[in-house]
Ligand binder design. Sequence first.
Ligand code: NAP
Length: 221
Amino acid sequence: MKLAIVAATGGIGRALVEQALGARHEVTAVVRDPSRLPSGVNGARVDLGDADPAALEAALAGSDAVLSGLGPRSRADAGITAPGTRALIAAMRATGVHRIVVVSAAPTSTVAVAGRPNPPRHDPGDGFVMRHVLSPMIRRILRGHYEDLAEMEEALRASGLEWTVVRPPRLNDKPLSGRYRRAYGRNIRGGCSIPRADVAHLMLRVLDEPQSVGQFIGCAT
Ligand SMILES: NC(=O)c1ccc[n+]([C@@H]2O[C@H](COP(=O)([O-])OP(=O)(O)OC[C@H]3O[C@@H](n4cnc5c(N)ncnc54)[C@H](OP(=O)(O)O)[C@@H]3O)[C@@H](O)[C@H]2O)c1
């Protein structure tokens, strides 16, 4: 397949590039700084905080799918995920690219935003401790970030594109295992973490699974 990998110099993005090239996909890495890509990787320079539509469309045109690991690297990037993904959606519509897989986060399903004013109070996959202790605490600390992710999810839901949202819990840098649990529409009971490499593995895997279109996928080791 011909894949556009957005934020390919990030943690999940780097794993996506490595695994996609290993599977002999053709990759265009859409990044702020192509000089940080491994040699030989085809890069397109786009800052999604201030994207030139023509440059973004040129980067995505002809792709079979867009895979995005976009998220704030630092405080300066806070709130980038929803507007950056809206720019991707616009460029995909303009270029006739239909399929997109993105990274959100496990606590996002219970976050209210415009278009989703009454989310479920608890994620159906969360157990007692996650529901009543960890999730409220994490959401309080990272509220703005989860609202950004929830707005991204709603933009995708309204986009008319063939989208899949992956919602991992805490990420780590352990090596690819290929052994993780996953579920449609809910988090994983007792699943507290997952390697970035396994999230990338799942994002690539769903490209071959038409039933994953329009789905939120919980995942964890
Ligand atoms: N950390 C966790 O435990 C956790 C848990 C669940 C979900 N998540 C979600 O997973 C996402 C991805 O995780 P990660 O570890 O791969 O994050 P990361 O390493 O911080 O990667 C974020 C990527 O987004 C890119 N980016 C940020 N602002 C951009 C802009 N204006 N234009 C273009 N690219 C931009 C960064 O580009 P540069 O490489 O140029 O900086 C970087 O490549 C997180 O952002 C978060 O929403 C995280």
